[in-house]
Design a protein around this ligand. Structure first.
Ligand code: AMP
Length: 248
């Protein structure tokens, strides 16, 4: 079974994002960029499935400009077998992404698509769901435990009221949550080796997908600054203060 792992290059999780002066988005020039943390977890799970003999190949794909090849190199260094970049000039919206991924799934005869539950830049949390709908495949989102046996997947999801376990036949689309696993680091020799592995480049046209923008970002603004807190002398003092601001 071939496993497809879509990976996104995003502003590093430890960097405080800065809004561009013209309010058109978040600054990405001269900012540390990394593999989206949820994609790292999806990749780790795919590699573990290959190590267990359940997956035959792990194919990493990223949609974007040539810069996104950085995260594909990371994916190769960590253990992906192959990497594909789908050419796209800018941020691609989830529906277009899902169409591109669907076409790749068909072309590559993928048996399982493992995605991050969300990309930490846009926080869309949509691509996996749209891909499953377009393919007509079963899906489970925010997976925190996964078992695959005899062509069936059992996925545990963390939901507000507890844990939900969903079973489905493969092929399927799964999106992963933080607690699924702890991703491994790439070793230096593997980072060096990954630099030499060719990355296949595909265009939306070659995949039969027209890139249409349906969503327009009108403006991006910084969140309101939080006011600094004050210390209270006693519980009585706290109650008086809360009453003054009509919280009690
Ligand atoms: P989103 O729906 O944007 O929150 O992203 C959810 C998941 O879709 C990510 O964790 C990735 O697995 C995948 N994804 C989103 N954008 C891209 C991209 N440009 N290239 C490849 N995969 C992506």
């Amino acid at each position: 079974m071939k496993v497809l792992v879509p990976v996104k290059r995003v502003v590093d999780a430890y960097v405080t994002p800065r809004v561009k002066a013209d309010g058109s988005g978040v600054e990405t020039e001269n900012v540390k960029m990394s593999l989206n943390p949820f994609c790292e977890i999806a990749l780790e799970e795919a590699i573990r499935l290959r190590e267990k003999g359940i997956a035959s190949e792990v194919l990493a794909v990223s949609v974007g400009e040539v810069k996104v090849e950085e995260v594909l190199r990371t994916a190769l260094a960590v253990g992906a077998d192959r990497a594909v970049r789908i050419e796209a000039p800018r941020q691609t919206e989830p529906l277009t992404l899902a169409k591109l991924l669907k076409s790749l799934v068909k072309k590559e005869e993928v048996g399982l698509a493992l995605l991050g539950k969300q990309a930490i830049d846009g926080d869309n949390n949509q691509t996996g769901q749209m891909l499953a709908a377009l393919l007509g495949w079963g899906q489970a989102t925010s997976v925190s435990k996964l078992e695959i046996e005899d062509g069936k997947a059992q996925a545990t999801r963390e939901i507000d009221s507890g844990l939900q376990v969903r079973a489905m036949v493969l092929p399927a689309v799964l999106t992963v949550d933080l607690r699924l696993n702890e991703p491994r680091y790439a070793s230096l020799p593997n980072i060096m080796k990954a630099r030499k592995i060719p990355i296949e480049v595909l265009t939306p046209e070659s995949l039969g997908v027209e890139v249409v923008e349906r969503v327009k970002t009108l403006s991006v603004v910084e969140p309101a600054k939080r006011e600094s807190g004050t210390f209270v002398e006693s519980a009585t003092d706290l109650v008086a203060k809360l009453k003054a601001v009509k919280v009690l």
